[in-house]
Ligand binder design. Structure first.
Ligand code: ADP
Ligand code: MG
Length: 254
């Protein structure tokens, strides 16, 4: 099977990017597919969310990019089918570090092009911004997963961002990404949740995933225990929804 590289992105913070990256990666690995989870966010929430203590001075992706550590020293094996490339605060220095490098938009793509032969899936978590780091994530990816929080201002900016993405891809000569929208923190009791989903479907129709992630307290508790919700509370509504997401992503024809 060809490796699928999925970048989880949205310029808004707190919409469920990190949660979705973690649960998608863990969920796919439970299907016994080999997964690499890349924490490409200086906040490093994906790393801590899976129980890795960044205070231990672990090697991270910034060290790898800047030649301070090797690939073998950076990738951690979390389970038989799941590896992680940790992120860390120093990653925020990357845009400065490479500002005059003509290949600065292709740093992650280059890194992953050597790695993709070893994995079935590579999942990238990115920060809430549209900067060099997020552009690197987009350019490196084959597919884009955009979590959209079911709230009033959810759709603001998305159309603009998509236009930018398409421009970036065209400018770099890359083929246009396949995009998947995922409604997160859905609350059946509110009409705004339904509206957000309807609006998304109106604008992006088939690109909207059938799976909807409900607001669920177990999902928000899990990172505190260094686990995905799939392992922390496997019978919860949250875990059930993320299992559905994994199935939908795995079974789609790409
Ligand atoms: P982002 O990476 O986009 O900033 P996160 O995944 O970190 O967003 O989510 C933001 C906060 O919302 C976190 O505290 C997370 O635990 C919580 N959260 C995410 N998804 C859900 C959900 N479906 N139900 C309840 N809380 C959620
Ligand atoms: Mg995040």
């Amino acid at each position: 099977m060809k490796c699928r590289i999925i970048d989880v992105a949205n310029q808004k913070g707190g919409v469920g990017k990190t949660t979705s990256a973690i649960n998608l990666a863990v969920g796919i690995s439970l299907w016994e597919k080999k997964v690499l989870l890349v924490d490409f966010d200086p906040q490093g929430n994906t790393t801590t969310g899976l129980g890795i203590d960044k205070r231990e001075n672990i090697n991270n992706i910034y060290g790898l990019i800047t030649g301070k550590c090797s690939l073998d020293q950076t990738i951690l094996h979390l389970s038989e089918h799941l590896d992680i490339m940790p992120g860390g605060e120093d990653l925020s220095a990357l845009p400065m570090e490479v500002y005059d490098d003509k290949d600065r938009l292709f740093i992650l793509k280059k890194l992953l092009s050597e790695l993709r032969q070893h994995y079935d899936f590579i999942i990238i978590d990115t920060p809430p911004s549209l900067n060099l780091i997020t552009l690197n994530g987009i350019i490196a990816a084959d597919e884009l997963l955009i979590p959209v929080q079911a709230e009033f201002y959810a759709l603001e900016g998305i159309t603009q961002v998509l236009k930018t993405l398409k421009k970036v891809k065209r400018y770099t000569g890359e083929s246009i990404l396949k995009t998947h929208f995922l409604v997160t923190m859905y609350d059946v009791r509110t009409s705004i949740s339904k509206q957000v989903r309807q609006e998304l479907e109106k604008h992006f129709s088939s690109e909207v995933l059938k799976t909807v992630i409900p607001r669920n307290v177990r999902i928000s508790e899990a990172p505190g225990f260094g686990e995905s919700v799939l392992t922390y509370a496997p019978l919860s509504k949250g875990a059930y929804a993320y299992k559905e997401l994994v199935k939908e992503i795995m079974e789609m024809k790409i």
